[in-house]
Ligand binder design. Structure first.
Ligand SMILES: C[S@@+](CC[C@H](N)C(=O)[O-])C[C@H]1O[C@@H](n2cnc3c(N)ncnc32)[C@H](O)[C@@H]1O
Length: 312
């Protein structure tokens, strides 16, 4: 019988940074785990390590969850989202013993290069979250991409090249690995190690959206005000928000669909307005909790401001 393990973690509901070891001696991360074969194999073979996986595709997360549950692997945790955001916002410095990335899409066209998971500040975030002596490993079917990532990584003062291998034998094969091997492609494994501790502190971690609310002095229906906000945009530096449709239960609660952008990090969620005796409570609807980024705060405060103004 399947053993029930809740392996999916919603980082946006946790106090950040995450406790990654969860009582074990080590913690490792796989970025873009696909259907989870590699993660499950590593977790089976290394029970004293907590294995984290982050995937952009929700379908992959659900498929991997079935595998993890079927195999009864209590040392795996899965996250849904963009690894670049996760590294930057959710992890403490020097918290991981290893990071693996198997066959990420290389986005070969120049105009798509920003979509590469390894783009932007990725090398410095990897260097920050790795412990001294820990490693980052990339397995790819594109030699140019392997070299590009390796060169970007070792340009960081704390990371050094430790391995470059062509067609290594590994104890587990992923779906994409099998696909490329069937096509007769060569595969490239590179490993970078962190040789010294990173200077400088951690970022200021985001709080939890569900802990934030604002009270606005107003009496009377908020529903009509929220309807009028459809399409209204707000901006604060690189943070952007836009209000969409509102849904009222004809009683005391109104939901306002909201989209935010922090740089290129997009979130969709609902703001909730609850009308009380003397005032209104504005908060983020509990079932759609986003990360509490500056744009999310801006959207919440912007709505509170609109409600207050319309009450005058
Ligand atoms: C080509 S597949 C490889 C899957 C698996 N590692 C394998 O070897 O079979 C690349 C995977 O990376 C995921 N991915 C792409 N960008 C990502 C990002 N920024 N953060 C997390 N996952 C990402 C994609 O959703 C996709 O499942």
């Amino acid at each position: 019988m399947d053993q029930k393990i809740e392996c999916i973690v919603m980082a946006e509901r946790k106090n950040l940074p995450l406790d990654v070891k969860l009582g074990r001696s080590r913690a490792c991360l796989e970025i873009g785990f696909g259907n989870g074969e590699f993660l499950a194999f590593m977790a089976r073979e290394n029970r004293e390590t907590t294995w984290w996986g982050i995937e952009m595709s929700r379908a992959c997360v659900l498929r991997a969850r079935r595998r993890i549950e079927r195999e009864g692997l209590s040392n795996v945790r899965l996250l849904s989202g963009d690894a670049r955001f996760f590294l930057r916002e959710c992890l403490a410095g020097e918290s991981l013993d290893g990071i693996y990335m198997n066959f990420p899409c290389p986005w070969p066209k120049k105009r798509h290069s920003k979509r590469r998971v390894s783009s932007g500040s990725f090398p410095s975030e990897v260097a920050r979250v790795l412990k001294k002596g820990a490693f980052f490993e990339l397995f790819t079917d594109e030699e140019w991409y392997g070299r590009e990532v390796r060169d970007g990584m070792i340009a960081h003062p704390d990371l050094e090249e430790a391995l470059w291998q062509v067609n290594p034998l590994r104890p587990v094969r992923t779906k994409y690995e099998r696909r490329w091997l069937e096509m007769g492609k060569s595969l490239y494994l590179s490993r970078m190690e962190k040789r010294k501790r990173t200077a400088g502190g951690d970022p200021h971690y985001l709080g939890r959206a569900e802990d934030v609310h604002v009270r606005v002095q107003r009496r009377g229906s908020a529903g009509s005000v929220l309807k009028e906000l459809f399409g209204r945009e707000g901006k604060d530096g690189p943070s952007l928000w836009i209000y969409k449709r509102s849904y009222s239960d004809e009683g005391k609660c109104t939901l306002l669909e909201t989209v935010t952008m922090d740089g290129d990090f997009e979130q969709k969620f609902y703001l909730l307005v609850v009308e009380e005796e003397e005032d209104c409570l504005v908060k983020i609807a509990p079932y759609s909790t986003p990360f509490l980024t500056p744009a999310v705060k801006g959207a919440l405060m912007g709505l509170a401001g609109e409600l207050e103004r319309s009450a005058l």
